[in-house]
Design a protein around this ligand. Structure first.
Ligand code: ZN
Length: 98
């Protein structure tokens, strides 16, 4: 399994799950769509249905992304919770671009 289900949480509140995303462990990059349920996530598994961009133009929200890949990875990023899209850093091994 090179792809894992990841969860979007508030920074510092890792038990509050805002949504789910697909984590591509092969290249260590998160797919950008945030889905409210695992069913929808799996429906679009490994397809462009799990990619999404913010189209509303609202300011992004700071989030913490957590995936159970390998020993587990997590990192700070940003997302538009209105559109359901990760807009910030997509990889735990990528420095946030300011
Ligand atoms: Zn948006």
């Amino acid at each position: 399994m090179s792809h894992q289900q990841g969860k979007v949480t508030w920074p510092g509140e890792r038990d509050t799950v805002l949504g789910l995303f697909e984590y591509n462990g092969t290249v260590d990059v998160a797919m950008t769509a945030i889905h409210p349920s695992a069913g929808v996530l799996w429906q679009h598994w490994r397809t462009d249905g799990n990619r999404r961009e913010c189209t509303c133009g609202e300011p992004p929200t700071p989030v913490r992304l957590i995936a159970d890949y390998g020993g587990g990875v997590e990192w700070d990023s940003e997302a538009c919770l209105v559109c359901g899209a990760i807009t910030g850093t997509l990889s735990p091994y990528m420095e946030a671009s300011k």
